[in-house]
Design a protein around this ligand. Structure first.
Ligand SMILES: Nc1ncnc2c1ncn2[C@@H]1O[C@H](COP(=O)(O)OP(=O)(O)OP(=O)(O)O)[C@@H](O)[C@H]1O
Length: 311
């Protein structure tokens, strides 16, 4: 388990992490979500003792990172800036790490196999593709067979096959009872991977919730309607106790009714429908609303979230 208590990090006047308190529990994938610059990487670096907190504490199974004996056996991490040696072979990179943590050499071919890099074990990572580099970083994280794994934006720059592979790996590791903590700035990615969600914005905790609850609370279901007899339709819906709200391109949106009920209602009134469709608001929209006030850099004319439906 990872436990944060009032964790704070200031860089000069900038508060990157602001009194964060939460726990990351074993047996599930916990997603760590926040817009760019929210403080995810800084938090993860503090978990690993790479950045020193201004105040507050972070503990790994009750201990500070520096108190862990052979830390790779407790916690493995893939951070954005990988600390691998480009001039050493993939095998030797892992071997050096293993030796400095008293991990037996047989573990090196095991993890290379696990991440699918056996064929390139004797090649140097400076010639690796981004996906191969990520796999090697994950192999390093898995070397000590740790119970806790932390991945900072692991799907960044990966192709669909690589993304699929990482998602399944994280789920399998959580299924073995390990603690998996993974950051992303994409809600859609988290919706497919995480069981639990921690959302931050400008270093502050915005949500600590199960993924199921987040989806339940934030994915609004509604029916979209388009009709040449728009006002007649609005009146008929109103008489039936339903409220139609004006939406983009002359459509109406109705909450709390099925497409069957509305289709039947329109037929009874002889109203022509050009569109009758069940819709679900995207989780990405919910996330954007939640973090809107804390986004560091806004585009001047961001397109509306209309094109991001169906997450
Ligand atoms: N070493 C540093 N010195 C000064 N400011 C820093 C330093 N590291 C991070 N920051 C600032 O702290 C804030 C949080 O950065 P951090 O990298 O932790 O965010 P993040 O959520 O990981 O973002 P991203 O998704 O873009 O990686 C940002 O405003 C960043 O500019």
């Amino acid at each position: 388990m990872i436990e944060l208590e009032g964790l704070t990090k200031r860089f000069g006047k900038k508060t990157a992490v602001d009194h964060l308190s939460f726990q990351v529990r074993p047996g599930v994938v916990t997603g760590f979500l926040g817009p760019n610059g929210a403080g995810k990487s800084t938090t993860m670096r503090m978990v690993l003792g790479l950045d020193h907190p201004t105040s507050g504490t972070v503990r790994i199974d009750g201990k500070h990172y520096r108190e862990l004996d052979e830390p790779l056996k407790y916690i493995g991490a893939l951070l954005e800036a990988r600390g691998l040696h480009g001039g050493r072979t993939a095998y030797n990179n892992l071997l050096c790490l293993a030796q400095s943590n008293r991990i037996p050499e047989r573990r090196v071919p095991e993890v290379l196999d696990l991440v699918g890099l056996t064929a390139v074990a004797r090649r140097k990572p400076k010639g690796f593709s981004m996906g191969m580099g990520q796999r090697l970083g994950i192999a390093a994280a898995l070397l000590g067979d740790p119970q806790i794994l932390m991945f900072d934006e692991p799907v960044n720059g990966l192709d669909p096959e690589g993304i699929h592979w990482i998602r399944n790996l994280m789920k399998a590791l959580a299924g073995e009872g390990r603690t998996i903590f993974v950051s992303s700035h994409l809600m859609s990615e988290m919706a497919l991977t995480a069981d639990h969600l921690i959302v931050i914005g400008q270093g502050k905790l915005l949500a600590d919730t199960s993924m199921a609850d987040f989806i339940h609370q934030n994915s609004r279901s509604y029916v979209r309607l388009r009709s040449p007899q728009r006002e007649q339709l609005r009146d008929a819906l109103h008489d039936d106790g339903l409220t139609a709200v004006d939406a983009a391109n002359g459509t109406l949106e109705v909450d709390g009714a099925t497409t069957e009920r509305i289709g039947d209602l329109a037929a009874r009134h002889g109203i022509t429908l050009h569109e009758l469709s069940a819709q679900r608001a995207s989780l990405e929209e919910a996330f954007m609303q939640m973090t809107a006030a804390s986004v560091e850099y806004h585009a001047h004319s961001a397109p509306g979230p209309q094109w991001q439906k169906e997450v």
